[in-house]
Design a protein around this ligand. Sequence first.
Ligand code: AMP
Ligand code: ZN
Length: 459
Amino acid sequence: MELKLYNTLTRQKEVFKSIDKNKVRMYSCGPTVYYFAHIGNLRSYIFMDNLRRVLKYNGYELLHAMNITDVGHLESDADEGEDKMIKAAKRENKDPYEIAKFYTEKFMIDLNKLNISMPEIICKATDHIKEMEEYVQKIIENGYAYETKDTIYFDTSKLDKYGVLSNINVEEQKAGARVEFDKEKKNVTDFALWIKAPENHIMKWDTFWGKCYPGWHIECSAMGRKYLGEQFDIHTGGIDHIPIHHENEIAQSKGYSGKIPANWWMHCEFLLIDGGKMSKSLNNVYTIADLEKKGFTAMDYRMFNFTSHYRNKLNFTWDSLESAKIALSRLKEAYRKHANGEENVSEEIINDYKTRFHEAINDDLNMPQAMGVVWEIAKNSTKSKKFAELLLKFDEVLGLRLDEEEKIDLPEEIQKIVEERIRARENKDWAKSDELRDILNEKGYTVKDTKDGMKVTLK
Ligand code: AMP
Ligand code: ZN
């Protein structure tokens, strides 16, 4: 079946074709590890994982690299503001490497909780300074860069066209440009490749141009090339990467080899909170830990993400997360009912569902539509193991762990009744056991006695 993916570069959905048969080489811009990832950041990695799973469902093998930005880059994408890593180091009174290590670990824990499958290659910027240095030197050699007092800039006027991804009008940009930060910069779209480190700058390396540190964009060009080659299939990121970071990656690659590094550029739209932006001043920058504090799981958040297409904005509210939590619990329950079902269904019905699910995910990852098919199966009044098997097959894409028993933290009062009932059963006091089961039922819990012991779930 054809797989269609929207390509930001051509501004249309195109039938996907990999460079190598059956193998996809893909690069994803990873996190800057200076703080906990918020649920907006995590939306873009759920999208990344969704894409991985859809490619695998279509039979592709993956070679996928994701970077960890552990070299400081400035707060604005456009070479301005404070260095994020160094700011964090000051805030926490640690060295930037400790900051990076700590938040990288936290990020990995979040990915794990969200059941995000790990890219085959995770590459840290600080491990690739040499590769970046060589990349910059080649750009210089090819005549696409110039030096100022303390920065080597990429000269965007040397390109046939700058801004192929966002289709920006460079002339308009020039007219509307603010007073330039660096007066020596020749064009408003030029950006830093290599920067001379001031004396007190913590992260710096001995390089061909003295003690320096890299501009932000070069790490992705250098690592993408190292692990995936001069040209690969897909490059992903958040929508905010389009106008600067990815334009600059393309520019660097053109300056290096004359080529655009990836054939498909795919971007995930932003998560909104209560219809607006997430911001520290509004105190609405939530992390997975914040959701957990309110009794939600990372998987509830994963489920919530499938209510919208990745190219649409998604609005987070606590109510919508609550709905996703209930929906996930119902879906698991429906799976269990099918798994215990004894009825038969025809191959035709199974194949029809299979085709419709596959068509939905292959239509540029249309997850809301795919979930529609999933719910039809879940709600089917015929209870059949074949439906359970089909749901598990689809779960290769959904990653919702439908067959995993829900672990619920029982309130202390309920836990006591459960323990009392266990003792009653050990003493073969069946009357007491039934009485306690009824009490649990009344309090909103379902009790099942299985060969593995008593299972207590929310009704
Ligand atoms: P950063 O760690 O700041 O480089 O961001 C990591 C990723 O999160 C990038 O791909 C951003 O595009 C993405 N991102 C940041 N804010 C949001 C948001 N509100 N919704 C979705 N993605 C976001
Ligand atoms: Zn990047």
